[in-house]
Design a protein around this ligand. Structure first.
Ligand SMILES: [Zn+2]
Length: 238
């Protein structure tokens, strides 16, 4: 796989010709500048030097951090062909010794949106368990839906954010109220992460996989079911 590809792009607004670079593979440890541009969402945007028009420029990109031990493959959700390639790669990695170890050495993730891609990097860079983060997001949405002033608002998305070093939060995007920031409850995060490690491990697909809302909702349901049955048992004992 070639790391960078230069392509021609003509501005649809003013017709100015550009040479743009697509960074299809980035190693964060040796390419800190590219990493920082990625985190600022500069790699997936085209800005015309002639008229200033800005457009999203979406292409698959494999990001790797060899020290932290993770890889995130960004593939736009609409890129069926590329997703098929990853599925094939996963199938191969199960039987090929060269790839088999990847599963052990690396956390392997797929991101299907630019925001989701950046978010994964932020989470894994902080050595946080992205599985616990995703479950905590589901819990937060569930809590917001039950009480408080956002009870009747619809949640359109939740994103992890770095407030500052060791200080994290979630931005919840409400339909009516717009984006609202909530502090990340670290104690709750650790509880989720430590108590459910086995459950999470049991539900990890092999190879590159999407760990997002859908995966987290399923785990959340299992956690709730488990705690209800424990409560039931305690009640019967009493
Ligand atoms: Zn232009």
């Amino acid at each position: 796989m070639k790391d960078q590809k230069e392509t021609d792009l003509t501005c649809p607004e003013c017709g100015k010709e550009h040479k743009v670079i697509r960074y299809e593979r980035i190693v964060g440890n040796t390419q800190p500048e590219l990493k920082s541009r990625l985190l600022k969402n500069e790699l997936f945007r085209f800005k015309c030097e002639g008229c200033g028009l800005e457009l999203p420029m979406i292409y698959p990109c494999l990001y790797q951090d060899v020290e932290k031990g993770y890889m995130v493959w960004f593939v736009p959700a609409s890129d069926k062909e590329q997703l098929d390639k990853i599925a094939a790669f996963n199938a191969e990695s199960l039987v090929d010794d060269n790839y088999k170890n990847l599963n052990k050495q690396y956390k392997l993730r797929i991101a299907v949106s630019v925001n989701g891609f950046i978010e994964k990097l932020l989470i894994l860079d902080e050595d946080l368990d992205d599985r616990a983060v995703e479950v905590q997001k589901v819990m937060l949405v569930s809590q917001l839906g039950q009480t408080g002033k956002y009870r009747n608002d619809k949640v359109r998305g939740v994103f992890f954010e770095m407030v500052r070093q060791d200080d994290y939060g979630y931005t919840v995007l409400f339909q009516e109220a717009g984006p609202v920031s909530f502090k990340l409850d670290m104690e709750q995060y650790y509880k989720i992460s430590l108590r459910n490690r086995q459950l999470f491990d049991e539900h990890m697909p092999e190879g590159f996989c999407v760990i997002q809302e859908q995966w987290a909702i399923e785990r959340f349901r299992e956690i709730v079911k488990d705690s209800m049955s424990k409560k039931g048992k305690r009640r019967r004992k009493a």
